[in-house]
Design a protein around this ligand. Structure first.
Ligand SMILES: C[S@@+](CC[C@H](N)C(=O)[O-])C[C@H]1O[C@@H](n2cnc3c(N)ncnc32)[C@H](O)[C@@H]1O
Length: 266
């Protein structure tokens, strides 16, 4: 890895960043070497140095850095910051928050710690099989297989989150969702399950359990390896005009409930 890095750095130094970028552009390669030497699609870096520096937001930076360092989540600053912002502006502080797809617990722990830091007193529910994907659609879900993401366990995640007030419910959400049946007022729903069947199920299940202003965050909507998940979201948006979708460059999709509809439980 270090050798690769030093070869890239030497090439940049000798050939020049701009010349390499021009060459890549001519060849139609959507790749660019940014000022600091990183190689990324350029639109993710446009004017990065002019943008607000997240490190100045002490509370967010400290908490997210801690969680990222613990290496129990795939989410980095950009995606964690989405939650931070949503929690700061919750229309119904105190209403429940839920995560489906916790894996090793990192994103759930971030939600818990952020809720605590902001004194929101929201109950937090966390779901996973803790045995990997339970159901996949072989035609839509590509490389995802039953059992992927099984390197975790309920006990390990419980110890890691270390908060008696967080309800962690193990099992296939298609079977365990009933636990949430009586709750009708989720303010934030995080769906991070990668595949079509459970994403489709989650959206249908939570739709009547939201209020205008509630937010559903779907991770990996923009991930090319999660086409099934994207299809489930697109189908939902097409059929539900009372939800408005925003796609973020972080790869997340946000679904905002706009107005009351007949299927709302309250
Ligand atoms: C990408 S991982 C979640 C990553 C995690 N949120 C993080 O912080 O990095 C996807 C998770 O969805 C879970 N999952 C998939 N299908 C499920 C189902 N039917 N019921 C419950 N969990 C499911 C898998 O077990 C896996 O742990």
């Amino acid at each position: 890895m270090n050798i690769t890095k030093s070869i890239i750095e030497t090439t940049i130094k000798t050939v020049g960043r701009k010349r390499i970028n021009r060459y890549l552009k001519r060849r139609g390669i959507k790749f660019e070497i940014a000022r600091q030497g990183a190689t990324y699609y350029s639109y993710y870096w446009q004017s990065a140095r002019k943008k607000r520096d997240l490190r100045e937001d002490d509370d967010f930076w400290k908490l997210s850095t801690e969680i990222i360092k613990e290496k129990r989540t795939f989410l980095k600053y950009d995606r964690l910051f989405t939650f931070w912002q949503i929690l700061q502006r919750l229309p119904y502080p105190g209403d429940p928050v839920v995560e489906i797809g916790t894996y090793r617990g990192g994103s759930a722990k971030f939600l818990y710690q952020a809720i605590k830091k902001m004194n929101l007193n929201c109950p937090l529910y966390v779901f996973d099989t803790f045995e990997g994907h339970a159901v996949v659609d072989a035609d839509l879900d590509g490389r995802h297989k039953v059992g992927s993401f099984s390197e975790t366990s309920y006990e390990e995640v419980k110890n890691y989150i270390d908060a008696a007030e967080v309800e962690i419910i193990p099992g296939d959400f298609l079977k365990t969702a009933g636990v949430l049946e009586p709750i009708q007022n989720f303010s934030l729903i995080h769906i991070d399950v990668d595949v079509y069947p459970v994403t489709k199920f989650c959206l249908a299940f939570f739709k009547p359990r939201t209020k205008p202003g509630s937010v559903i965050v779907i991770d990996d909507y923009g991930n090319n390896y999660c086409q099934g998940l994207k299809q489930a979201v697109d189908e939902f948006v097409q059929e539900n005009a009372d939800f408005c979708m925003h796609y973020l460059l972080s790869g997340q999709a946000l679904l905002f409930r706009l107005k009351k509809s007949d299927d709302m439980r309250q």
